[in-house]
Design a protein around this ligand. Structure first.
Ligand code: DC
Length: 235
């Protein structure tokens, strides 16, 4: 390696619907590459959590924008576990309830909320060396990301994963209800006016339905390495 050469650190965008496995693969990919991992869905959930706590209406765009702009959100990932802090308070588990999932999807349609969070996400990712997952990373937050993925899976498989995830967390849920909520949330996230979920131009489509986390991450690492070679990054 040349003495002053520096390996360029990429920005990697992963988008896709709920239950496609984005968080697990994004965290593992970031770990393998030695990159930062950002779960942008957890940021929308943090806003939703405070909205509920303060009794703000999900339709009050002005109050939501003020709130989203004022939050200080910090992630910490250690030994495969990502913790999230909002204004110094840990809210890792509190934002994973079905109610917060619904509320997060609802408040995420507001333009002001999106603008505030996108600004934070761009600030977090400005140095590269980052894997961000969400719904609008490759389309809006970092349209110039060097590698973009769209991770999908069949609807029933996504519902099954969500259901088991909730049970493991000790949250009592009904499978049919989980499935219906997922369909509704997909519909909201894909049909909203501002930054709807869609596959970004140039995004690699990966279907995780019949594949393990390891297989998906392996494929992603292969694609990232090819990209690093293509843009002549010095290892
Ligand atoms: O990924 P998740 O289920 O934790 O996301 C919760 C909600 O946040 C999701 O229903 C839509 C919204 N979201 C968004 O609009 N844009 C993102 N980049 C990430 C999440």
């Amino acid at each position: 390696m040349a003495k002053n050469s520096k390996r360029k650190k990429l920005t990697i965008a992963i988008d896709g619907p709920s239950g496609a496995g984005k968080s697990t693969v994004a965290r593992s990919l970031a770990e393998q590459l030695g990159y930062i991992y950002i779960d942008t869905g957890a940021m929308y959930r943090s806003v939703a959590f405070r909205v509920k706590e303060r009794g703000i209406s999900p339709e009050d765009e002005w109050a939501l924008t003020q709130l989203a702009s004022s939050l200080h959100i910090v992630f910490s990932t250690e030994e495969g576990l990502t913790r999230i802090f909002c204004n110094g308070e840990e809210i890792t588990s509190a934002i994973r309830t079905p109610e917060i999932s619904r509320l997060a999807s609802s408040i995420s349609k507001q333009k002001g909320v999106r603008e505030a969070l996108v600004k934070m996400q761009r600030e977090m990712g400005k140095e590269g060396g980052i894997v961000l997952e969400g719904r609008d990373i490759g389309t809006v937050v970092f349209p110039d990301a060097e590698v973009k993925f769209y991770l999908d899976a069949e609807r029933d498989e996504r519902a099954r994963r969500r259901y088991h995830e909730m049970l493991e967390k000790g949250v009592k849920v009904d499978f049919k209800e989980t499935q219906e909520e997922l369909v509704q949330r997909d519909h909201h996230d894909m049909s909203r006016i501002h930054s709807p979920l869609k596959r970004a131009d140039g995004a690699f489509l990966i279907d995780s339905t019949h594949r393990s986390v390891e297989e998906v991450v392996e494929e992603m690492v292969r694609i990232v390495k090819v990209r690093i070679q293509q843009i002549k990054c010095v290892e």
